[in-house]
Design a protein around this ligand. Structure first.
Ligand code: FAD
Ligand code: SF4
Length: 396
């Protein structure tokens, strides 16, 4: 029997080898013998979204269609929420519900998801869940870089043939690049959008700088009403306007990988579940291919849906915020609150809010890569992102 090439590569555990160096997002691939493929698989060493889109969805995104610059290949899009939300889920628990349905109906034998460690609710612990309880234990975001792919070796060893992987863009890019080596008959990928992730230490700095009670935060989200919502252990909610964030302090908190990422909307997942293109309180669903539709069909009777909508014009707000972001300007809290209220009333909504968020992050990230890694700028930034950034006037 010939040994697959990656099995000859000895994984170092925990891996000290991170070929992407400071741009590494700790996706977990390098903790396994699949490190053998890192040069071609790593999202930060080999940007290959268009090629992988063509392999997975049957075509890459249509660059003549502006919506595809933003949201990628899709065959359906909607707002949805669970009729009976799962308590303690990030939003209404559509992700956990789909995973549980796939497992209990026998479509998959295991689900790659991320629980937290016993002593720290925000410290990620990737697992292959084999029971609904194990999936539920992974609900809610661990808003930190998470080595989800570190469990890949266990898949091959377990002999599993049908698998669901839940993950964010950089994890899914590396997964798609090694998909053929995993020995699976069927792989389903349920993605979430992701932006501005942090290391565990960075998360602490963010909580300490932004929340009135960092140690009791159980959940937070940057919401469509232009505020960060923190939920505390006692059930209370604290909101802080985006424009009041201490940008100077927080400038270096986000991981360099996330400052260099142009896959906010998880282009290579079969189905994406986020919130940013949906009205406040609803989740945003993007069906990228037939496999994604198959997954969504499992929960149709458990969700309410409505069409996506788009209101307002983001462009001025994005252009004006570029220098503020760049220089790390922080508004006094009264001005931030006022600006938040005004923007919430007249600002972009629905898909236009999603475009606002994508434009703001892509322009910031483009400047970051240009200044810190000019040698990779041209290859690393996908064509759709160059077109998005090209709509704005950027400082040098
Ligand atoms: P739940 O049922 O609560 O399940 C959450 C799932 O997320 C779990 O299965 C768990 O395995 C997985 N997960 C948790 N933490 C991580 C992690 N660090 N890496 C990979 N997987 C993880 N949506 C947007 O529209 N805009 C955003 O800017 C945005 N940023 C995000 C940033 C991060 C780090 C994450 C993890 C998600 C982000 N999302 C974003 C998605 C959104 O916050 C919700 O996760 C999504 O809508 C699903 O909600 P739910 O209630 O259905 O999930
Ligand atoms: Fe390895 Fe993943 Fe880091 Fe790239 S991002 S160097 S594949 S662990």
């Amino acid at each position: 029997m010939t040994l697959a090439p990656h099995k000859k590569a000895k994984a170092l555990k925990p891996s000290s080898r991170r070929p992407a160096k400071e741009l590494c997002s700790e996706c977990g691939l390098c903790d396994t013998y699949y490190i053998h493929y890192v040069k071609s698989a790593c999202a930060f060493l080999n940007q290959q979204i268009a090629d992988l889109e063509a392999t997975i969805h049957g075509r890459s995104r249509d660059l003549d269609n502006q919506d595809e610059w933003y949201f990628g290949v899709s065959q359906d899009m909607m707002a949805a929420r669970k009729k009976e939300p799962i308590p303690g889920a990030q939003w209404t628990g559509i992700v956990s519900t789909i995973a549980i349905e796939m497992l209990t109906r026998g479509m998959v034998e295991g689900v790659v998801c991320v629980q937290n460690t016993e002593d720290d609710r925000f410290q990620p612990k990737p697992v292959i869940a084999r029971t609904p309880e194990e999936i539920l234990a992974a609900r809610v975001n661990k808003p930190t870089l998470s080595p989800n792919l570190s469990v890949l070796e266990q898949i091959e060893q377990s002999g599993m043939k049908r698998l669901l992987v839940i993950g964010v863009g950089c994890q899914i890019q590396a997964l798609r690049a090694v998909e053929q080596e995993l020995g699976l008959e069927k792989l389903y990928v349920l993605g979430t959008p992701c932006v501005d992730n942090v290391t565990r230490a960075g998360l602490q700095k963010f909580l300490d700088t932004t929340s009135r009670s960092p140690s009791t935060v159980v959940y937070y989200e940057f919401m469509q009403d232009f505020r960060v919502h923190f939920k505390h252990e006692d059930g209370s909610t604290e909101t802080v306007p985006f424009f009041g964030l201490n940008t100077k302090e927080l400038k270096d908190v986000f991981a360099p990988s996330c400052m260099s990422c142009f896959d906010y909307v998880n282009s290579l997942a079969d189905l994406v579940v986020g919130y940013m293109g949906a009205p406040f309180g609803w989740q945003w669903i993007v069906v990228r291919n037939d496999r994604g539709q198959e997954m969504l069909d499992l929960v149709q009777d458990q969700i309410d849906t409505q069409p996506v909508d788009s209101k307002g014009d983001r462009r001025n707000a994005v252009q004006q915020s570029i220098p503020a972001y760049d220089k790390g300007v922080t508004l006094p809290m009264w001005a931030a609150k006022l600006m938040g209220v005004v923007i919430e009333r007249v600002g972009p909504k629905g898909l236009e809010y999603a475009r606002f968020s994508i434009d703001s992050h892509f322009t910031r990230n483009y400047l970051y890569v240009k200044r810190h890694h000019p040698e990779i700028l041209d290859d690393h930034v996908p064509e759709y992102a160059k077109r998005i950034v090209g709509q704005y006037k950027l400082p040098d």
